[in-house]
Design a protein around this ligand. Structure first.
Ligand code: PFF
Length: 447
């Protein structure tokens, strides 16, 4: 089935760390806290956990199964299993990779810049003004391009020598940093107020469809689902792997980092009395509030802040790599393009698209709504239909040919057929409406 010359992970924990590296990123340490702050704190977290279990895990196992089974990139994997009619879904995945990586590179560029500046100069006293200066324009563009070049460089190194090596080296660092920062944050005066804010629930928020939409979109974004990233990584996997176990490992690591990042962010913000700024949360808030907290903390803040930004940048890099790999692997498989050329050509095109977001933060927000929310939910919905209804029971043998865990796998199929599409159909309506109103406000409302 899979072609013999295709690259493979070297075995061991390389694949797991790379997949966790894809999942853990800006989504965990920036988007999660910002979404939780915006959507009723713990209500959001509870919904997020529920959606991860009911929707995220089943879709993740579907991506793992299809990827390993076909041993090909998303477009070819869908053609392999479903025929030409399903190629457009692969196209949707590649499109999502394009859009998301374009603005993700800009956010990552801010992060790397903060990390470098923190080490060299510390954090400026007026974080708001500084953010205003660096978030848009030539500076944002330059750091974005530099970050993209690094991402392209890693991907052009290949699966084993590029992606796996970087993940093996960096993911443990990230884990240690995040846990260390949370322990430090616990010692701050005011930490308790931060926890209280994080864990206090407005229960009404659970019933709010906007919160459902954001929690579902966030689950997909954070778990790297709905655009074939996990599928692509799984296509380099060998047969022996226990996929359900991998799915649980990846999803729980991802949640752990997001949750612990909240234990860093909220105590810091409350200890420095900056909660007002988070209350009025916008996309950039954490990039202002946290640097402000670090600046106000003086010397310690500089060290803590630099470590935080380094962790964020590391997460961003391993995620960006997976976004690019979806696009690059598709070009390699479909057009027999050499890897290095595909990485520079397509990575370059994505970097150019990202300039739109680098020069206009409103576009960045819009690209996140469309790419990071709508396209992923649409991708996940379509994939669940494909896996659950088009393939159905034939999928079970792809997970465990020896008939192990049959009952659990049957339950999985039921989830893929009924629960996942039903929830995502509702979410899709709200995501589309949200994306549309953002587009309308921009092009028809403003002028
Ligand atoms: N999961 C990444 C994060 O949380 O930052 C973002 C991401 C990576 C989304 C890869 C989608 C994807 F395919």
């Amino acid at each position: 089935m899979s072609n013999g010359t295709r690259e493979k992970w070297s075995g061991g924990i390389g694949f797991t760390l790379a997949a966790v590296g894809s999942a853990v990123g800006l989504g965990n340490m920036w988007r999660f806290s910002y979404m939780a702050a915006e959507n009723g704190g713990a209500a959001f977290v509870i919904l997020y956990v529920l959606l991860t279990l009911l929707v995220g895990l089943p879709v993740m196992l579907a991506e793992l199964t299809l990827g390993r089974g076909a041993g090909r990139s998303p477009v070819q994997a869908l053609i392999h299993y479903g025929g030409r009619a399903w190629a457009p879904l692969g196209g949707l995945f590649v499109l999502a990779g394009f859009v998301i990586l374009a603005y993700y590179g800009v956010l990552a560029g801010w992060t790397v810049r903060y990390a470098v500046e923190a080490v060299v100069w510390g954090f400026p006293a007026d974080a708001g003004a500084h953010f205003g200066a660096i978030s848009e324009g030539h500076g944002a563009a330059a750091w974005h391009l530099a970050f993209m070049a690094l991402t392209i460089f890693v991907v052009s190194g290949g699966v084993k020598n590029g992606i796996e090596r970087v993940s093996l080296a960096l993911m443990p660092v990230l884990g240690v940093l995040v846990v260390g920062l949370a322990l430090y944050a616990a010692t701050l005066d005011g930490a308790v107020d931060g926890y209280r804010y994080y864990f206090t629930t407005e229960f009404a928020a659970i019933l709010n469809p906007d919160v459902l939409r954001d929690a579902a979109g966030q689950a997909f974004f954070s778990l790297s689902l709905g655009m074939g990233a996990i599928l692509t990584y799984a296509s380099y996997l060998s047969r022996e792997r226990d996929l359900p176990r991998e799915a649980v490992l990846i999803a729980s690591s991802d949640f752990a980092v997001a949750f612990i990042a909240g234990l860093v962010v909220f105590p810091l913000v409350f200890a420095l009395g900056l909660q007002e700024q988070v209350g009025a949360s916008t996309l950039g808030a954490l990039f202002v509030t946290l640097p402000q907290a670090f600046a106000d903390m003086g010397g310690t803040g500089r060290v803590i802040g630099a470590l935080f930004m380094v962790a964020l940048a590391v997460g961003a890099l391993t995620s960006a790599i997976s976004l690019l790999e979806v696009v690059v692997a598709s070009a390699i498989d479909t057009f027999a393009m050499p890897r290095v050329r595909a990485a520079w050509l397509l990575g370059g095109a994505i970097a150019l698209l990202g300039l739109v977001a680098a020069y206009d933060i409103g576009m960045l927000d819009l690209m996140d709504k469309i790419g990071g929310n709508l396209l992923l939910v649409l991708g996940g919905f379509s994939l669940s239909i494909f896996a659950g209804w088009v393939l159905g029971p034939e999928l079970l043998d792809e997970v465990h040919p020896d008939g192990r865990q049959r009952l659990a796998l049957r339950l999985w199929l039921v989830m893929l057929r009924f629960v996942v599409p039903a929830i995502l159909a509702v979410v899709l309506v709200y995501s589309a409406a949200d994306a549309w109103s953002a587009v309308a406000a921009r092009w028809f409302g403003e002028g």
